[in-house]
Design a binder for this molecule. Structure first.
Ligand SMILES: NC(=O)c1ccc[n+]([C@@H]2O[C@H](COP(=O)([O-])OP(=O)(O)OC[C@H]3O[C@@H](n4cnc5c(N)ncnc54)[C@H](OP(=O)(O)O)[C@@H]3O)[C@@H](O)[C@H]2O)c1
Length: 324
């Protein structure tokens, strides 16, 4: 299935990833139906675009899904249920995550969808896995358990302006000359630039060989969270000191990050709990299936900062950014 011939259902278009994927799919000639809970969140010009249809719907309301999937070839599943401003919202997402995935799988089977492409999280299975990462894996298994061939991409933190992990990083490093962090600061991960994620998401639609596979996606750098913070500080020309305190629990540090950043508590807490888990690609088949230039983290941070300063799409040269 190639984007120029396909009619695609896009979920999560009011979010960080879906909002960036939509213009790229349109550029590649796809017709896109966007399933949204709140159409009023979308920019007005989308409603006049002949290649875009808006379908009001909710993954927790199965009837809305059947309608939204009619006449669709393939669908992107770019939804999670974390959210809410209160720390009490941080525990209720798992049941919603699983119910949404069940509903989507059943509806996709009923309408005979050809493909689903899901973006979930890296992280091995096991007792120690955070609830959020475990939930992301369960969602992948539910989608793959149905009769529709489902590609599950697994990513660690995605670095781009407006994404929750990058905004947490940005606010922490900008605001705190001395950062007191728990042990997770030295957990290794393989973050990926949002531009690479979008290339993989569109590439999978083009490449039938990715259909039905679970594929790890990551950037070129395997680094600790400490190194990522120091990369951010270096790009911004900031001097920062990180002090490790073994007694600080993930829960306490998430309260602290919640105070320091505008990211909602219902997102911060599950994400911070997951920082104890190493998130590194175990297989790199995606690199042969969808070849891309993998963007180093320094460049990803630089691009994200420039977008924040100048608006999306204004990409700097790496040198220009580092010389600011
Ligand atoms: N950001 C990262 O660093 C990262 C890393 C690894 C994997 N991922 C995966 O990438 C995917 C997208 O994440 P994101 O960062 O783009 O999240 P996001 O910015 O928080 O967006 C989430 C989207 O899901 C929609 N949504 C939530 N519940 C829904 C429901 N019941 N029905 C319909 N839509 C619903 C939201 O719509 P509303 O506007 O209506 O709330 C929003 O558009 C997720 O599967 C996530 O696990 C993200």
């Amino acid at each position: 299935m190639g984007p120029s011939k396909s009619k695609v259902l896009l979920t999560g278009v009011t979010g960080f990833i879906g909002g960036r994927l939509l213009p790229v799919l349109l550029e590649q000639g796809a017709a896109v139906r966007c399933l949204v809970r709140s159409p009023q969140k979308l920019p007005a010009q989308l409603f006049n675009n002949p290649s875009v249809e808006i379908a009001a719907g909710d993954l927790l309301e199965p009837d809305t899904l059947l309608r939204a999937m009619e006449g669709i070839d393939g669908a992107y599943y770019l939804v999670h249920s974390m959210g809410g401003r209160s720390i009490f919202d941080a525990r209720s997402f798992i049941e919603r995550d699983l119910r949404a995935a069940e509903n989507f799988t059943r509806a996709a089977e009923r309408v005979g969808l050809q493909r689903i492409i899901y973006l979930g999280g890296l992280g091995e299975t096991g007792d120690n896995l955070s609830e959020h990462l475990a939930s992301r894996q369960k969602v992948g298994r539910i989608l793959q358990s149905g009769g529709v061939r489902t590609t599950a991409l697994r990513a660690a933190n995605i670095i781009g302006a407006g994404g929750a992990p990058f905004e947490m990083l940005r606010y922490m490093v900008e605001r705190l000359p001395v950062m007191v962090c728990p042990k997770w600061i030295d957990t290794r991960s393989q973050p990926i630039a949002v531009q690479n994620v979008i290339e993989y998401l569109t590439g999978c639609l083009f490449e039938p060989a990715t259909s039905g596979l679970t594929l790890d996606i990551g950037g070129p750098d395997i680094i600790t969270y400490r190194q990522l913070m120091l990369i951010y500080a270096r790009v911004r020309g900031l001097r920062r000191m990180i002090v490790t305190v073994p007694v600080l629990t993930p829960r306490l540090s998430s309260y602290w990050i919640n105070l320091m950043t505008p990211v909602p508590a219902g997102v911060v807490m599950p994400l911070v709990e997951g920082l104890k888990n190493e998130v590194i690609c175990r297989d790199n088949r995606i690199r042969a299936l969808v070849p891309s230039r993998l963007i180093p983290m320094e460049e990803a941070v630089c691009t994200a900062l420039t977008e924040i300063q100048q608006g999306p799409g204004r990409l700097p040269s790496r040198q220009a950014c580092l010389m600011r």
